[in-house]
Design a protein around this ligand. Structure first.
Ligand SMILES: C[S@@+](CC[C@H](N)C(=O)[O-])C[C@H]1O[C@@H](n2cnc3c(N)ncnc32)[C@H](O)[C@@H]1O
Length: 269
């Protein structure tokens, strides 16, 4: 990047991105935002960020320009068995319910390239109930979802997989490849968490995992998304967020319970 973009353009672009995706770039993150967008604009052949802004605002009937901007901006860092204890604790009672023949629905919201729902699929399969649980995985990034559906991951994403796991994931050179049977059990869908209607259309879940995405949103947006997630929980359902995240500052919408060292959120009645 050589010429700096005028601050006003960056401000309107940041506002547009936040309005459409929830991703919040504060003044402090402006350099990073500018760098990512300028690289993207150059790759896509826009001479300046102003041209990119016009394309986004006035010439994007199918949302394709925005989709590519989203792919350029999102942080998709994830790996198999990330903070796995939280997933194990969340799934424990659901595995019991599935064994009793009850219907169980679980949603991995903002699943990136799929390592999180695949980890849950492995834990459910190990418990012998994968075929009895509905597992929905969503993300806003078309590119990340495409990779998730193909089941091709980096070797780095395999780094926390415990030894002695059955061969659900095969490492081949720089890649880790997930068993087709596991991938086929997951219902992969594109959902923008700030789109309340799209979230409502998913129906209700016994458990929602929404980790390491709310950190990119501003408080007001977090509260709106948290309300959508609360509405998407069955009575008695539980929400797991990232270990470094908290919803307690948003009042009484959720009650937080500790189970086995893990904090889970349930809707207050
Ligand atoms: C750091 S990854 C988290 C992946 C996984 N949940 C984990 O904890 O390992 C953040 C993901 O949030 C997604 N994301 C960002 N904004 C979103 C939005 N408005 N709706 C849905 N997903 C979003 C990004 O595309 C990215 O894949």
């Amino acid at each position: 990047m050589t010429d700096r973009a005028p601050q006003q353009i960056l401000t309107v672009l940041a506002r547009l991105v936040e309005e459409r995706t929830g991703l919040h770039y504060s003044e402090r993150d402006r350099d990073l935002f500018e760098q990512k967008l300028a690289d993207h604009a150059a790759e896509e052949g826009y001479p300046t960020l102003l041209e990119l802004y016009y394309a986004l605002r006035y010439d994007d009937p199918d949302g394709e320009v925005l989709d590519r901007v989203i792919d350029a901006l999102v942080v998709g860092e994830t790996y198999f068995f990330r903070e796995a204890r939280g997933l194990e604790v969340l799934l424990e009672p659901l595995i019991e319910r599935a064994r009793r023949g009850e219907q169980v629905r679980i949603w991995s919201a903002a699943c990136a390239t799929g390592e999180e729902p695949i980890t849950m699929a492995i834990l459910l399969d190990r418990a012998g109930v994968l075929d009895r649980v509905e597992l929905v995985a969503t993300d806003i990034s078309p590119r990340a979802l495409e990779r998730a559906r193909r089941g091709e991951h980096t070797r780095r994403a395999h780094r926390a997989v415990p030894d002695g796991m059955p061969p659900w994931i095969q490492v081949d050179g720089d890649r880790a490849i997930v068993d087709e049977r596991l991938r086929a059990r997951i219902d992969w869908r594109r959902v923008n968490l700030v789109d309340e209607a799209a979230v409502a259309a998913l129906g209700r879940f016994d458990a929602i995992v929404c980790r390491n995405v709310l950190i990119y949103f501003h408080d007001e947006q977090i509260q709106r998304v948290a309300s959508s997630l609360a509405r998407a929980l069955q009575p008695g359902g539980e929400l797991l967020i990232g270990a470094s995240e908290s919803l307690l500052r948003f009042g009484s919408m959720f009650q937080c319970v500790e189970r086995g060292g893990v904090f889970l959120y349930g809707v207050t009645s």
